[in-house]
Structure formats: C-alpha cells, structure tokens
Design a protein around this ligand. Structure first.
Ligand code: KIV
Length: 268
C-alpha cells in the first residue's frame, strides 16, 4: 500500500498554541504512535496530537514496564513518526532514564528531539518536576506535563490504580496541575484520575487537561493506539474503548497464509 499518496485534507499544522487555544472550544483528540504507517493513518484521521509515548516499551518492544526505554529508542521511533510529516502536533516522551538526570543533560536531549522536528517533549511528574519544566520552557522547549498515574514510577507506586479519590490526593493533584501550568506547559496529560477530580482540575487550570482513564470531564482524550486498536498482547485497561480487533485479524491472516503455503495452495 502506498501510504504516502493518501490524499491530505487542507488541515492546518497543529502547534502547541493550537492545542492550548482549543481549551473551551472543542475537545482535543490524541493517540500514541510509534511508527510511520500508524502516524500517517492517525494524521489522515484528523488526530490533533500524536504522542510518541514511552509506552513503546510495553506495546512494541516487549518490556513489562516503560522503565527500560532509552532516549535512543525514543529517537528511533520519533524519527519514524516524524517521517510521516503529520499535521498533528508530535510530542515525544522523555523516558525514565533521562528525565531524572541533571537539567543540562535533559535540555541537550530535549533540544535534539525538537531539532528532529517534534513539537514538544512530555515529562511525567508534578511539583517536584516544576524547576525542570520551567528551565526547559525558558530555554524554548515546549513541554507537555503528565500527572496522576506516572508509569515511570510504577516501581515506587507498586501497582496501577485510580488517583484522586481521597480529598487529600485530589488536593495534591490539583496542586500538581497548577504546578504544570505555572511552569509554562501548553497542556497536561492526566492519567487514571478520578473523574470528579479530573473535572475540578480542568476547571481550575487555564491549559488543556488531556485525560486517559479520567472520564469525560477533560479538555481532550488520549489513548494508547495498541489498546484501542486491539493490537496489544496484554489485557486492555477497563476504561479503554476498543475500536478494532487488529491483533485477531493479523493472526487469522498469518494462519490463512501458512495454510495456503503448507497445502501448496499459494496463489500463483
Ligand atoms: O507513554 C504513553 O503512552 C503515555 C500515555 C499513557 C499518555 O504517556
């Protein structure tokens, strides 16, 4: 299939400014992508923001968490997504091993990602990452925040769960969201936040809250493409609507092909 000749509509290039200005206008639609064809299809579908997430570690590379993902892996996948030259804003995750290093190192790495053509980097964390985020934004690096469940800290947290159900945790999340806004981020991802708390955060901050597993009261939604397309090998989180069953289709196609080959029925 010649993906590169698919007709493009006359959509304008989405920037961090566009995403910021969509708050209160219409919800933002975002997905992850880690390769060229997925980025082309997401872009053709009119997706606003494509995240080259460090979830590439679990969805594509076979790791049990995002922790082993390196910046070299992120750059490799980001380059493939950027080759699709999407109109969507492309954001690249700073993986665990980088976002915890000294800020000059993080700046160097982030600059490299922006110079590749990405629109922004994403950094997990609340108030404890405020200085780092502000430092990057002041240096001209657009940053997408990420609060709530932080997959890079799963080893500390222990398990995947909903955040912000207690009053104390809801307050901490509101402070984290305000910290993200204060540091100059153009938007904030909220992961696995109680729906009422997510609604409060959305109303409290002036930048878009893009939710995953946070219910409908956000300024937009993001899903991991492998989950929503039925392409993963692990159980899909219960909040995900699965729009396709690609994993099954792939398996059936391989079975059919194998059968034709071993039965000597391969079409001429
Ligand atoms: O890496 C990722 O896919 C993410 C999403 C869960 C937002 O950070």
């Amino acid at each position: 299939m010649t993906l590169w000749v698919l007709a493009k509509d006359d959509r304008v290039k989405i920037t961090t400014k566009t995403i910021r200005e969509l708050k209160g206008i219409r919800p933002i639609a975002a997905v992850t992508a880690y390769d060229f064809p997925t980025a082309v299809h997401a872009d053709e579908a009119g997706i606003d923001l494509i995240l080259v997430g460090d979830s590439v570690g679990t969805t594509v590379l076979g790791y049990s968490s995002t922790v082993p993902v390196t910046i070299e892996m992120m750059e490799h996948h980001a380059a493939a997504v950027l080759r699709a030259v999407p109109d969507a804003l492309v954001v690249v995750d700073l993986p665990f091993g980088e976002a915890s290093l000294d800020r000059d190192h993080v700046l160097r790495v982030s600059r490299r990602i922006i110079q590749m053509g990405a629109g922004a980097v994403k950094i997990e964390g609340g108030a404890e990452q405020e200085d780092l985020r502000s430092f990057l934004v002041d240096a001209g690096i657009p940053v997408l925040g990420h609060i709530g469940l932080l997959p890079q800290r799963i080893q500390v947290e222990g398990n995947y769960r909903k955040f912000g159900r207690s009053e104390e945790e809801a307050e901490a999340l509101l402070e984290a969201a305000e910290s993200v806004e204060r540091s100059g981020c153009f938007a904030c991802v909220g992961e696995m936040i109680d729906a009422d708390t997510a609604g409060e955060i959305r109303d409290r901050i002036g930048i878009p809250l893009i939710g995953i597993g946070c219910g409908p009261s956000c300024d937009g939604q993001i899903l991991v493409s492998h989950d929503m397309l039925g392409l993963g090998t692990e159980k899909v989180p219960s909040f995900v609507k699965v729009y396709a069953d690609l994993g099954r289709q792939i398996r059936q196609s391989f079975e059919e092909y194998r059968e034709e080959v071993i039965q000597n029925q391969f079409p001429s």
